[in-house]
Write a protein that binds this ligand. Structure first.
Ligand code: VAH
Length: 312
């Protein structure tokens, strides 16, 4: 039985749907700070939970008795720069509450880190699994701290904590909010709707990205992996592609020839993007639990454009 926080988020929404398909609806309890007003979770079992409230989370766990806690609730990078103290409260307060609930309930635990856990002094190409991590953003501080805290709960208390460093995730079911990589989602929706997009990330700004189906597959694979094989357990680099706005535009033009890309760079999110790696090395995830993404830019573009056209 799986308790999920942040189930209305970009990852949480699709993770909940997939987990219910695999383990049965009655074995998955999605929670978030609001009720689902629309989308695939509407009208199905759901609980309101603010992860900053430890007692409410503990009571929910006592009632539902999960054996696994998937902690997906967090503010993303750009929002964290706007509200750094609220970000600390939610991202770190929420995480320590979730780890405490998992420890006391002897639950298996998952929470995602991010390429945002790296900083300007990290090697930008083929970024190793273990390397310098001096991020210069509140989000990055949260993610590095989170990785270390999850390692601590494993070594100190024996909690089976697991996690990956996600790249930018691209999806059409639930759009992200407040991220730096969100341009790579917006560009597809705008291309289908208006035939043009103004990117807040500048040309030639490479970042790692992955289609959401590959991200959900990765979570399931990691959680089902043999614990004895996991060396890096809480922070596996995972990625499917390293792209920049022009590359996405060129791929979109194969389907929408008149598509036009322009730029209006946002210094805050451009600064975040430039502080992150261009292309990370995912060999540890491949070796330790068989990470194997299926979507490259070409296949993802077909999927995104077809799905968005169907919705409109
Ligand atoms: C963000 N999508 O942009 C998130 C992600 C790699 C970045 O963590 O903040």
């Amino acid at each position: 039985r799986i308790l999920i926080t942040g189930a209305l988020g970009q990852i949480g929404t699709e993770l909940t749907v997939r987990l219910r398909e695999i383990y049965g609806e009655e074995n998955v309890l999605p929670t978030d700070i609001n009720e689902p007003a629309e989308g695939p979770l509407r009208g199905k079992p759901f609980k309101i939970l603010d992860v900053r409230r430890y007692n409410e989370m503990a009571e929910l766990a006592d009632e539902f008795e999960p054996d696994t806690l998937m902690h997906m609730a967090a503010l993303l990078s750009a929002t964290c720069e706007e509200k750094p103290m609220i970000a600390w409260d939610i991202n770190m307060g929420g995480l320590v509450n979730a780890l405490e609930v998992a420890r006391k309930g002897k639950m298996k635990f998952f929470t995602p880190s991010s390429i945002g856990a790296f900083g300007p002094s990290t090697p930008k190409k083929d970024t190793p699994q273990t390397t310098i991590q001096r991020p210069t953003s509140m989000y990055g501080v949260n993610k590095v701290s989170g990785e270390l805290l999850c390692d601590y709960y494993h070594s100190k208390f024996g909690v089976d904590t697991r996690g990956v460093r996600f790249p930018g995730l691209i999806s059409h079911i639930k759009e992200p909010g407040g991220g730096t990589t969100d341009y790579a989602v917006e560009i597809f929706f705008e291309a289908v709707k208006n035939g043009r997009y103004t990117s807040y990330i500048g040309p030639g700004t490479y970042m790692d990205m992955m289609f959401m189906d590959d991200a959900i597959d990765a979570i399931i694979q990691l959680m089902e992996a043999d614990e004895d094989n996991l060396i890096d357990r809480n922070a596996f680099n995972v990625t499917a592609m390293s792209i920049e706005p022009e590359a996405v535009a060129d791929e979109i033009k194969k389907h929408i020839p008149d598509f036009e890309l322009s730029y209006n760079v946002d210094p805050v999110r451009q600064g975040l993007a430039e502080s992150w790696p261009d292309a990370i090395d995912a060999s540890a995830a491949k070796e330790q639990w068989g990470f194997n993404p299926k979507y490259d830019l070409e296949r993802m573009t077909v999927e995104m454009i077809n799905a968005i056209k169907e919705k409109s």
